[in-house]
Unconditional design. Structure first.
Length: 385
């Protein structure tokens, strides 16, 4: 049996490491200032490079031409338009819908910080939304490449999270009480009670909970208290030093979920931290992180969430061990790619990055990586002095 003193010593070392990581993530990054407004502009123009269909007269990428002008014609359906999701130049409905929604959420929550880029951000939302509306050709029908999606974009989480996500957004958009009634009646069987710690184009449960938690924080809707509790759990899992911390960060401070296109989880988590910080601040609340025993903190403030989110954005833009930006066209060093503003999959768990086209897990950009980052960049462009 391991001696008690040894076990206690190991626990003490782990606690000290967590404290150091916590301080690193919260330390001000004023030593390396970034032009967030420029990064915001580039993150939005990336979507113009991903457009499919007949390009508008104001196209800002002259090297791009019209494409996919006969999409759907074989079946007498007009499916021209939309976005190519990544470097594969294919239009996948599920990731496209998620990207469009995250662009819209960025405009809704952080549009006031976008300045001159607000019209471009709205145009990016409309380009995706117009296509999705065209694909809805009849009641209960959505035309897509459904039979071809797997193995590229299989929905491992199923469709229940999309039902809750959709109802939540329909309620926010319309204020129709029937959608909230649907959420309250079906939430538990659709995943409201599940513990989940990542937000992506496939699994939208955490994003839905943050969206619904706003209703509890702002209006004290008791039927939504569960969503606030689960949002707290997720948010606290991202912040080192809290009782609920269970995330992994690279030695350089980047949130790390998995090796394939990890940056998508970084940008979604960053967006949710900022959105939740906004909701907490507006209601004078904090995130409850559970029992604060053993030196762990039992709550997190909005300001702390903003600080952690800023460290993630700054890592992407160049404050990292490699000394490079992971956004194409931003800074002095960045991945080799044609799409200005593209954010690639990112480094591995040790902060190592291979700028190799064959290594798509690290070098391929995607709309669902960029879309959540638009809101985060807008926030810092508008609030950083």
């Amino acid at each position: 049996m391991e001696p008690k003193s040894s076990r206690c010593g190991g626990a003490g070392i782990r606690l000290r490491l967590l404290v150091v990581l916590h301080l690193l993530l919260l330390v001000p990054s004023s030593a390396m200032a970034f032009n967030y407004a420029d990064a915001l502009a580039k993150s939005i123009i990336f979507f113009e490079g991903q457009r499919s269909g007949k390009l508008p007269p104001g196209n800002r990428m002259p090297w791009r031409a019209d494409s996919g002008l006969t999409d759907g014609a074989q079946y007498n359906v007009d499916l021209v338009g939309g976005y190519y999701d990544a470097g594969d130049n294919v239009k996948f409905g599920l990731p496209m819908a998620f990207s469009t929604t995250m662009l819209a959420w960025s405009v809704l929550d952080f549009g006031k910080f976008m300045g001159a880029e607000l019209p471009n951000a709205r145009a990016a939302v409309r380009w995706g939304a117009d296509y999705l509306l065209k694909a809805h050709t009849a009641a209960d029908e959505l035309d897509s490449l459904a039979s071809s999606v797997c193995p590229f974009y299989c929905s491992y989480s199923g469709y229940h999270d999309e039902l809750l996500w959709g109802a939540s957004w329909l309620h926010r958009a319309s204020r129709n009480a029937s959608f909230m009634s649907y959420v309250e009646a079906n939430g538990m069987q659709l995943g409201a009670g599940d513990d989940d710690y990542s937000f992506s184009w496939d699994d939208k449960r955490v994003g839905t909970k943050v969206l619904l938690a706003k209703g509890f924080l702002r209006n004290r809707l008791q039927g939504l208290e569960l969503y606030k509790a689960h949002s707290d759990s997720y948010i606290c899992s991202l912040v080192p030093g809290t009782a609920s911390f269970q995330s992994r960060y690279t030695p350089g401070g980047l949130l790390y979920r998995e090796g394939s296109s990890n940056m998508q989880y970084v940008t979604t988590a960053t967006f949710l931290m900022l959105a939740y910080a906004k909701y907490l601040r507006s209601s004078g609340a904090t995130a409850s992180c559970g029992d604060g025993g053993g030196g762990a903190r039992g709550e997190v403030s909005a300001a702390e969430l903003v600080a952690v989110a800023k460290r993630q954005v700054d890592y992407i833009l160049g404050k990292n061990p490699a000394g490079m930006s992971y956004m194409v066209g931003f800074g002095a060093r960045y991945p080799r790619h044609r799409r200005v503003g593209a954010v690639v999959g990112g480094p591995d768990s040790r902060d190592a990055f291979a700028d190799d086209r064959g290594n798509f897990a690290q070098s391929e950009p995607a709309t669902y990586i960029n879309a959540p980052l638009v809101g985060a960049l807008a926030y810092f462009a508008g609030t950083t002095k």
